[in-house]
Design a protein around this ligand. Structure first.
Ligand code: GDP
Length: 460
């Protein structure tokens, strides 16, 4: 991909709208725009002040009028991409927009690829990779939690937190290099202790950042959650209550839910990726029921949060006992005692011994579901977190880079404790710095960068 030519694209969504915006960026952006946009003032477009708009006519081939519109020039480096940029607003019709873009391409621009404007902004150092990723998330955001998480990334909260640790390690490195280059500067015992302290502090802060991924992932990707239990305890009813519409068929015939139903359920700032499974029971020879059961077991293995449902209006029976005995591989297991609108006959204390949390709920009245939401928010750490203000690790790439940094620091701390030479310690610290730099893309491969920007839409 050429990164020096001038690119153009429609930056507003394809379709009918009040206006559409066509963005042009690159060295020749102003010259290209001047060929397609003639200001009504009669002054050449290139004479327009930065960040001011002007009214004019958009023409094809230098004279054929296509539309009227406004143009704004953002001169380098004070633009989103860091390059000269012109934004032309025209009427938002499908054909008119396509003709304006065609006129601009004919005037010398190349059609931009997906995410190419943001990629240029990244290459120009206008934003770090974690901020670019947050921008992508902002455009995709479909829950308030996701939007606020993206805002904090875009505001550079993670960037700043990671940068602070990087700068701390820079100071450590200069101390280590001084000792390597000038034997007189040898690190004595008190200095070693001080260095250990600094590296430990830095690692602890990185681990704290790593911990936020649990919340970041729960907000962005959603928590893989499974509703399970024997037939007729009210799984489908609870599923419908949580999802908010009649997604699952609810009947009083045991074993009606044969397949897996999945839905995305916003829960405060978090999202549940909720599966309602076929009830776990002996399906005998019924092939369809057996397939449903196999899928249910698979979902149970993949789940991070298991909501085991019990009928509170009846004592525990053998089928319930099987659920108690199920291995606890998932992160969290919650027992939901359903039908709390009826007299309680289930052994609550016994459930308490097998689950991280036991809650009485009613799918019929909705009672107890707030407590469930509260427990999940508390467990996933979003309760005490100020989204949009606190830094949050938002994806697996950032998480892996930080884990690498924490590991490398552990090696450096061990090397210090065992009295290894300064260059051995420096090696660990340097690797930790590389990990930190990766978070913001200062040390990532071209493939990773391309992968991230290819998920953006054209025009962004
Ligand atoms: P599933 O087989 O576990 O999915 O159970 P369903 O959701 O199909 O519910 C089985 C029966 O229990 C239906 O007749 C529901 O109306 C009833 N039911 C479900 N939840 C409640 C509840 O909270 N209170 C009462 N009284 N009945 C419920």
């Amino acid at each position: 991909m050429n990164v020096n030519d001038t690119i153009a694209a429609v930056s507003t969504p394809r379709g009918k709208g009040g206006i559409a915006v066509i963005r042009i960026s690159g060295e020749d952006a102003i010259a290209v725009a001047s060929r397609a946009f003639l200001p009504k003032s009669g002054k050449p477009l290139s004479a327009l002040e930065s960040n001011r708009s002007t009214y004019g006519t958009i023409v094809a081939g230098g004279s054929e009028e296509i539309d009227d519109g406004m143009a704004v020039i953002f001169r380098a480096p004070h633009s989103f991409t860091g390059e000269d940029t012109v934004e032309i607003s025209c009427h938002g019709g499908l054909l008119v927009t396509a003709e304006v873009l065609a006129a601009i391409l004919a005037a010398g621009a190349r059609a931009a690829e997906a995410g190419e404007f943001t990629r240029r902004a990244f290459l120009a150092g206008k934003l770090g990779l974690s901020e670019a990723e947050a921008l992508g998330s902002l455009l995709d955001a479909d829950t308030h939690g996701r939007l606020r998480l993206a805002r904090s990334g875009l505001a550079g909260k993670l960037h700043a937190a990671v940068r602070a640790q990087y700068d701390r390690l820079c100071l450590v490195m200069s101390r280590l290099y001084a000792a390597i280059d000038y034997p007189d500067e040898e690190i004595d015992e008190p200095s070693r202790l001080q260095l250990t302290e600094t590296l430990r502090g830095c690692r602890a802060d990185i681990l704290k950042l790593i911990d936020t991924y649990k919340s970041g992932r729960a907000i962005l990707e959603g928590i893989p959650t499974v509703l399970c239990g024997k037939p007729n305890v009210g799984k489908s009813s609870l599923y419908n209550r949580l999802v908010g519409h009649d997604a699952a068929i609810v009947t009083s015939v045991a074993g009606t839910t044969r397949d897996i139903l999945e839905a995305t359920v916003p829960l405060g700032d978090l999202t549940l990726r909720l599966c309602d499974t076929a009830g776990l029971h002996d399906a005998g020879e019924d092939v369809v029921e057996n397939i449903g059961m196999e899928r249910a077991k698979e979902k149970l293995r993949e789940a991070e949060l298991i909501l085991a449902v019990f009928d509170g209006s009846a004592p525990l029976d053998e089928a319930d006992e099987a659920l108690l005995a199920a291995p606890n591989e998932a992160g969290y297991r919650v027992a939901l005692i359903n039908k709390s609108d009826k007299p309680l006959l289930v052994d609550r204390a016994r459930l308490g011994r097998h689950f991280s949390c036991v809650l009485e709920v009613s799918a019929e009245t909705g009672e107890g579901l707030d407590a469930l939401a509260q427990w999940i928010e508390g467990t996933y750490g979003t309760e005490g977190m100020t989204l949009g203000v606190d830094p949050v690790v938002a994806n697996a790439r950032q998480h892996a880079a930080l884990l690498g940094a924490a590991d490398a620091l552990a090696t450096a701390i061990a090397a210090l404790a065992e009295g290894y030479s300064e260059d051995m310690i420096a090696e660990g610290v340097e690797r930790a710095m590389q990990g930190l730099a990766e978070v913001d893309g200062r040390q990532v491969s071209e493939d990773i960068v391309s992968g991230i920007f290819s998920h953006f839409c054209v025009g962004k």
